[in-house]
Design a protein around this ligand. Structure first.
Ligand SMILES: C[S@@+](CC[C@H](N)C(=O)[O-])C[C@H]1O[C@@H](n2cnc3c(N)ncnc32)[C@H](O)[C@@H]1O
Length: 314
């Protein structure tokens, strides 16, 4: 199989062509049935028809997953409880995590509370046998302590990334494009390089872009040929870092007062937390200079810093 495959077609029809047990990870953001205009499809089914559509694609999703596979499904408030029931009760998948994507800004309600989150359900096919690479998705500690695990902390289940605003240079002409940072975390945690990752509702291609840059094989399906063309163009673009980053990844720990420890930590920080974000390294180093003003260590040439400086300066 090619590294990245894009398919234009209906998700249920195309899923049926994928052999059993061949996909390690499904990460997908299906239509939420909220009447979004997706060009040739309008995201507007009767309540029962939407549940039936969800049941059909989710049961195909289960079939194509490997026995140790994992599935992440985005969903809005209106249908998430029904999707949860389909996954757990009807399909017998194992619940692992309910992740809240906190997107910080959005529409303002005048009678009721303004919505500020979507959610992501993480289920595994087997209750115990699945991959979860915590070290690949840790976030930096707030302070240096010799007893702390400076490799970082678990990011938790509330993930803060703003929506893809029109001013983001990676913004595509798709109404519900998601930040790459969300997909980066799911894909790094729940698959290995070389694994096959599937998104049956790929839209502007966010999942496939992350697969491409993290060494996974990817299959993306969408019913709209314009979005498939958009995805293909996106995959040909130059990579300077994912389009969004959890702000905690740029956090410089307090109390890194010992010079040798600090030097070692800074190199590690770049390798651990910023490896897919070369365009965030300059800001991070600037922050280190501000926090530890009399320190020349951050300008000491090291192969790693040279490498990242080269990438940043283009
Ligand atoms: C919420 S969007 C996905 C956005 C994507 N995560 C991104 O970051 O760009 C859902 C997508 O599902 C597609 N879609 C809707 N019905 C479909 C179907 N039956 N089969 C395949 N794709 C479908 C829409 O065209 C739309 O692009």
């Amino acid at each position: 199989m090619d590294q990245i495959v894009t398919i234009c077609g209906d998700a249920i029809t195309e899923l049926k062509k994928i052999p059993d047990g061949t996909v390690r990870l499904i990460v997908t953001d299906p239509p939420y049935n909220l009447s979004k205009d997706y060009g040739n499809n309008q995201d507007k089914l009767r309540f029962d028809d939407y549940l039936d559509f969800s049941r059909q694609w989710l049961s195909q999703a289960k079939r194509v997953l490997t026995e140790d596979g994992t599935c992440y499904v985005f969903m809005g408030m209106r249908y998430i409880s029904y999707i949860y029931t389909i996954l757990e009760t009807e399909l017998g998948l194992s619940f692992n995590s309910w992740i809240t994507w906190y997107y910080t800004q959005g529409i303002g309600k005048t009678r009721g509370f303004s919505p500020r989150h979507d959610d992501i359900l993480m289920f595994t096919k087997h209750p115990k046998n699945f991959v979860f690479h915590l070290d690949d998705i840790r976030v930096p500690q707030k302070s240096y302590r010799s007893i702390n695990n400076m490799r970082g902390a678990n990011p938790g289940n509330v993930w803060t990334f703003s929506h893809m605003h029109y001013c983001n240079k990676n913004r595509k002409n798709h109404p519900t494009q998601k930040p790459e940072g969300l997909f980066e975390r799911m894909i790094l945690a729940s698959s290995d390089p070389g694994d096959t990752v599937l998104d049956p509702f790929v839209g502007s291609g966010t999942a496939l872009r992350v697969c491409q840059q993290t060494g996974r094989k990817g299959i993306g399906i969408d019913i709209n040929p314009e979005y498939i063309a958009m995805t293909r163009r996106r995959l040909g673009e130059e990579f300077t870092g994912f389009d969004s980053i959890d702000d905690r990844m740029k956090r410089i720990p307090n109390d890194l007062n010992d010079r040798e420890i600090r030097e070692e930590y800074i190199k590690n920080h770049i390798a651990w937390f910023l490896r897919n974000h070369p365009d965030a390294v300059a800001e991070f180093l600037e922050g280190v200079r501000r926090k530890y003003p009399n320190d020349e260590s951050v300008s000491v040439p090291t192969p790693l810093l040279d490498f990242f400086n080269e990438v940043v300066s283009g």
